[in-house]
Design a protein around this ligand. Structure first.
Ligand code: SAM
Length: 357
């Protein structure tokens, strides 16, 4: 009996968790093995509600050597849904973006596009030191994941902006990377747009690194509770990857107001939250889960990652439910969508600043 066998989904909470997987889930890790000159791909693809077997598509084609149905001990609750393969680098073009998606065998029931992954060609910008990368992630992080994840999250922005805002990223004038950390997303934004790109963060260590190493953007250190150093309506769009995932409710409301102020009317606020797939990823207690389901927002406490020296205790770990976001964020923003699994297990909240009429 697999960990996802219906017979084991006994409690109502387990049934609820299973329903969160109805659109399936694709997670990919891509690592270059220099010694063997291969690209190592691994991950899992959990089927959609129809149960149809999903297969990985690599830039539109299928690789016959992919091994499916493997068991992934790190995600035992997903059962035997892991895959892996190794592709000779000589079969791949290093100048193109490599895209990974999942489709059912008859191509009718894909895992949603927004869960796709994209490996961007290497650039000549330096990687931040491990000490910087550690400050933005508790998970194991290294240069390959830094490049793959950052590139993936930025690559998909063009389509999101086009689809929901009829906005051409290449023609935008001004972009804010709010909570830029050590520039994981910021460095890629300039590959898609000639806009003025600003990064801000409360972590002086990483802002200093960005200032010295990422010349295409400007960076500012900001205060956890003070307005940003920008005029009203300065930005066409704002990306905030994994920032609202770390804010108390009071800080969340302060920053929703402030981001709204600096965004142009009709502009796009694209931020991630920990939602359904994060709950499958993490092991919350039954009590915490019930609290989250009742309140729609759960703060599980301080994250001692060292990025909140300015105000120890400020940096937290929090979860959101979609109903809470629709209810509490909609005085300033139209919530156009909440895309589960856009950024690994995090969901992208697609918000449009309500234009003044
Ligand atoms: C998980 S890291 C993500 C960094 C970056 N967005 C990325 O994806 O690589 C969260 C970042 O948000 C920053 N941060 C937290 N609260 C903030 C705030 N109120 N304003 C700006 N940055 C903030 C932290 O210092 C940290 O660098």
């Amino acid at each position: 009996m697999s960990a996802t066998d219906p017979a084991r989904m006994t409690s109502s909470l387990d049934r609820l968790k299973a329903s969160w997987l109805k659109d399936g889930w694709l997670r990919v890790s891509a690592r270059q093995d220099e010694e063997d000159a291969k690209l190592l791909l691994s991950g899992f693809l959990y089927p959609t509600e129809s149960g149809a077997q999903q297969r990985l598509s690599i830039s539109g084609g299928h690789d016959p050597d992919i091994q499916y149905g493997l068991f992934n001990a790190d995600h035992a609750y997903l059962g035997a849904n892991a895959f892996e393969t190794a592709i000779p680098l000589s079969d791949l073009s290093s100048d193109d973006v490599l895209s990974f998606r999942a489709f059912s065998d008859d191509l009718t029931d894909p895992i949603p596009w927004h869960q796709s992954w994209h490996l961007l060609p290497a650039d000549d910008l330096p990687f931040p030191p491990h000490s910087s990368q550690q400050r933005i992630s508790q998970q194991a992080i290294d240069n390959q994941w830094f490049h793959f994840a950052g590139g993936t999250f930025v690559h998909k922005l063009s389509t999101i902006l086009e689809q929901y805002f009829s906005m051409d990223i290449a023609k935008t004038n001004s972009i804010l990377d709010w909570g830029c950390g050590c520039g994981r997303l910021t460095k890629h934004l300039s590959e898609y747009s000639d806009a003025a790109i600003c990064g801000v963060d409360i972590d002086s260590y990483n802002v200093d690194w960005c200032l010295k190493n990422l010349p295409r953007a400007t960076f500012s250190l900001v205060d956890p509770w003070k307005p940003l150093p920008f005029e009203d309506a300065s930005f066409d769009f704002i990306i905030g990857h994994s920032v609202f995932t770390h804010l108390s409710e009071a800080a969340q409301f302060f920053w929703l107001d402030e981001l709204c102020r600096v965004l142009k009317p009709g502009g796009a606020l694209l931020v991630t939250v920990m939602s359904s797939l994060s709950l499958l990823n993490d092991r919350l207690s039954e009590r915490e889960m019930n609290n989250l389901l009742q309140a729609g927002y759960l703060d599980v406490g301080h994250q001692p990652d060292g990025v909140d020296e300015v105000e120890p205790g400020y940096y937290r770990k929090v979860y959101h439910r979609p109903e809470y976001i629709h209810h509490n964020w909609s005085s300033q923003f139209d919530i156009l969508d909440i895309l589960d699994g856009y950024a690994d297990h995090q969901a992208l909240v697609v918000c449009k600043k309500v234009p003044i009429v």
